[in-house]
Design a protein around this ligand. Structure first.
Ligand code: C5P
Length: 219
């Protein structure tokens, strides 16, 4: 079949996971949530008692992690060995530490290589993260930076977590995390050839439609 890569980057709370999953589902494409891989790596290091400050120990753990991630947008399941970590990797205790893995150079190189293999194995895929348009798949036919105002992002992440998090905890998980992550990749401004899609004033469905339109123009 058709070979088409849709690369989407954006900050946390931009809605990129829900939007990309819906777009992949509607278009019959595969879907890759690269953030879930960084989260699973964090879960694994914590479960193994690896000191996240120990660059070498983290790299060894990430090299041997028995990770599987499904690319079916309707059935997002991520496992590490025998453990289904699909829900656990969304917990605040992971969100608050994941940047430590994301800024670890050797771990990052290993995860990027794994992401490229998954993308190469799929003919038609929507892949999202922080560095997909720039590093993982800069040759993608569709490259979009999905942004939203800080207010919109905090509100969305708060709703996603069920309204149980304090404003302070949300700020740590969204704004402070972006600041830490931005040392590993630049996702606050669009690189050359990357289109900006600002969803601050769009509904979920309008954002999906805007992305689908770009994919249809490219195919
Ligand atoms: O997208 P999500 O918020 O689930 O990503 C979790 C974390 O994974 C980010 O905060 C960032 O540290 C890391 N990440 C990354 N590069 C990507 C995707 C995610 O560094 N391509």
């Amino acid at each position: 079949g058709q070979r088409l890569i849709v690369a989407v980057d954006g900050p946390s709370g931009s809605g990129k996971s829900s939007v990309c999953r819906a777009v992949a589902s509607q278009l019959g494409a595969a879907y890759l949530d690269t953030g879930a891989m960084y989260r699973a790596a964090t879960w694994y290091c914590l479960a193994q008692g690896v000191d996240l400050d120990d660059e070498q120990a983290v790299a060894v753990a990430v090299e041997e992690i028995p990770l599987t991630i499904s690319t079916d947008p309707e059935h997002q399941i991520i496992t590490v060995g025998q453990s289904d970590v699909t829900a656990a990797i969304r917990e605040p205790r992971i969100s608050e530490r994941v940047s430590e893995i994301a800024t670890n150079r050797p771990a990052r190189a290993l995860l990027i290589a794994a992401q490229r293999r998954i993308i190469d194995d799929s003919g038609f895929i929507v892949a999202e993260g922080r560095d997909i348009t720039t590093v993982v798949a800069p040759d993608a036919q569709v490259r979009v930076l999905l942004t939203a105002s800080a207010e919109a992002r905090l509100r969305r992440r708060g709703l996603q977590l069920g309204g149980t998090e304090s404003a302070e905890a949300l700020r740590r998980q969204v704004i402070d995390r972006d600041t830490r992550d931005s040392t590993a990749s630049n996702f606050t401004e669009a690189a050359d050839g990357v289109a900006v899609l600002d969803s601050s004033d769009l509904t979920f469905q309008e954002t999906i439609d805007a992305l689908i339109q770009r994919v249809e123009q490219a195919s």
